[in-house]
Design a protein around this ligand. Structure first.
Ligand SMILES: Nc1ncnc2c1ncn2[C@@H]1O[C@H](COP(=O)(O)OP(=O)(O)OP(=O)(O)O)[C@@H](O)[C@H]1O
Length: 527
């Protein structure tokens, strides 16, 4: 304090101490007088008061705004399907995101997030002319870009956001809907409509989930595969269907016997014999979603596998394709510490090969056999699911994996029989099947403005009129007679017929020549 101020302060306190009246009051008033005389200190106090008033106003207005907002708006936040762990909530988000897609404003922002509409390998091969943005991709607004629209007289503001969640490597994406409404009735209506829309689309599309990098599931759709479009030997398809259906209807029976409510199928056989196709067709027939587990996906390890499998819901198909590939690289019995286990008879050379140390590679799976077995039937494993595994080399699989309880049904799909060749030919050219399928397709997937779809229907109708049923039967017999038993895969025969798509008569005549040409290629069995 400067000297002259100190002197003044001293005088004030002196005067106050000698005052005959109330000493305290005079001391305060003297202090106040000093403060008001001292300009810089007074300004600080004024500033502080103004700040406090402004902060109070801000808080009050925020509280009023929140109160009004909560009174007039219903707000719901959903976790993004790509990162969600709760499978049923993921489904709700899936419905809602599909429902949002119907509003033009949802795909109108210029700042967009692009996603693939369906699992389609053909997406990468698609020609520039046929690539249609709206057909191949889903467009949604980027994070924090709000979109507004009206629904049943209610104004809705929707936006995507992110929240940090310690259990994920990345921020978790969210969908938020702010609905101008007095009560939650409209939210129920909205969710119901979204679910019905999803159910309707499910009639023509199959839900497929693939594992996402953060150990969650990523949902997609693809066209359903008709069960009849798979040609297997007599009774095989029917057996699979009946067995799977019987399992789905036996929950209480399993519970009463204390048997875990799970069923595993191992489909094995040469490539192109229809292993994957029959699983897809069965899933479509039983209306079950398929969860594709890729054991060789980079970054997949025992814990992420267990997490993924535990998140598969009841009434679903878990599919592990080419399970031998994961095995031959990284998984063998040594992972279990069971080297003394009895080897399969006649498999000693194979076993010796398996016990050689395998070289670590960046492509190898980090999943161990024990990790896989635990995930399949350990404490956290989900009940009520059908597990399908496919392999070309059944002998390379560990017996622990193939034992009943894990793989209850072992089914070999062989190279094509004459029966299959005949059935495949019929499938390609039978007028009834052609007409039925094209009508069904146009009804289900039909976009009335799609010129390609219209042209395709016309073309199929014309073609189907070309042949009578009797003629197709005769040609199918001729075709089957020329195809040697169990030497070609159905995929190879399908490839041949594809080149004669609109020339059934030539297809039946020229097959002999084709078979002769294929054989000298050194392949006794063409897959
Ligand atoms: N039995 C079949 N019935 C109908 N189509 C089949 C059959 N087998 C193969 N195909 C056709 O061949 C192609 C490959 O079939 P798919 O992928 O089902 O064979 P896969 O046995 O799973 O082969 P891989 O072992 O190489 O995975 C598909 O286009 C499918 O339509």
């Amino acid at each position: 304090m400067p000297n002259h101020q100190a002197a003044a302060w001293h005088n004030i306190t002196q005067e106050a101490s000698h005052s005959p009246s109330n000493p305290t009051t005079s001391s305060i008033s003297s202090t106040a007088a000093y403060v008001s005389k001292n300009t810089s200190f007074g300004q600080w106090i004024q500033l502080g008061l103004i700040g406090a008033v402004l902060e109070t106003i801000r808080r009050i207005s925020l509280a009023v705004y929140t109160k009004i907002f909560n009174t007039f708006f219903v707000t719901v936040t959903l976790q993004d399907i790509h990162t969600g762990q709760d499978i049923s909530m993921n489904m709700v988000t899936y419905w809602v995101s599909g429902w949002l897609g119907q509003f033009p404003s949802w795909s109108r922002p210029r700042d967009m997030h692009l996603g693939a509409k369906s699992i389609s390998d053909s997406l990468v091969d698609i020609s520039p002319e046929s690539l249609k943005l709206e057909d191949s991709f889903t467009c949604s607004p980027s994070v924090d870009v709000p979109v507004t629209f009206w629904y049943k007289g209610h104004w809705i503001r929707a936006y995507r956001g992110t929240v940090d969640d310690k259990s994920f490597y990345y921020p978790v994406s969210t969908f938020t809907l702010c609905i101008l409404a007095w009560n939650k009735k409209i939210l129920n209506e909205l969710l119901l409509e979204a679910k019905l829309k999803y159910e309707k689309s499910k009639a023509s599309y199959q839900t497929v989930a693939v594992s996402a990098p953060n150990a969650g599931w990523r949902y997609m759709t693809r066209g359903r595969r008709p069960f009849e479009s798979v040609v297997l030997d007599p009774g095989v398809q029917e057996y699979l269907h009946e067995d799977a259906l019987d399992f789905m209807l036996s929950k209480n029976w399993y519970a009463s016997k204390g048997i875990p409510f799970r069923r595993g199928y191992l489909l094995f056989g040469p490539p192109g014999t229809g292993k994957t196709s029959v699983i897809q067709a069965l899933a479509s027939k039983l209306d079950l979603p398929i969860f594709i587990i890729s054991l060789t996906r980079p970054g997949m390890d025992d814990s992420s596998l267990a997490q993924l499998i535990a998140a598969i819901p009841e009434k679903a198909i878990a599919l592990m394709e080419d399970i031998d590939v994961a095995f031959s690289h990284a998984m063998n019995r040594r992972d279990l510490g069971e080297e003394d286990e009895i080897k399969e008879p006649g498999n000693s050379t194979k076993a010796a090969e398996d016990s050689k140390p395998s070289q670590p590679s960046s492509l190898t799976s980090k999943v161990t056999l024990s990790g896989l077995l635990n995930a399949l039937d350990g404490a956290g494993a989900q009940e009520g699911r059908l597990l399908f595994a496919t392999t070309n080399k059944v002998s390379s699989l560990d017996p622990a994996l193939c034992r009943p309880g894990r793989m209850d049904v072992h089914l070999e799909l062989k190279l094509a029989s004459k029966y299959q060749a005949r059935k495949l030919f019929r499938l390609f050219y039978h007028p009834d099947i052609e007409a039925k399928d094209s009508d069904k397709d146009s009804a289900e997937h039909g976009d009335p403005d799609d010129l390609y779809a219209k042209a395709e229907i016309n073309r199929h109708q014309k073609l189907s009129c070309q042949l009578s049923i009797e003629e197709v039967e005769t040609l199918a017999e001729r075709f089957a007679a020329a195809v040697p038993e169990r030497e070609f895969s159905v995929a190879a025969l399908q490839g041949y017929l594809m080149t004669y798509k609109i020339r059934p008569r030539e297809a039946a005549v020229e097959i002999e020549e084709w078979v002769k040409k294929q054989k000298p290629r050194g392949a006794a069995k063409i897959v």
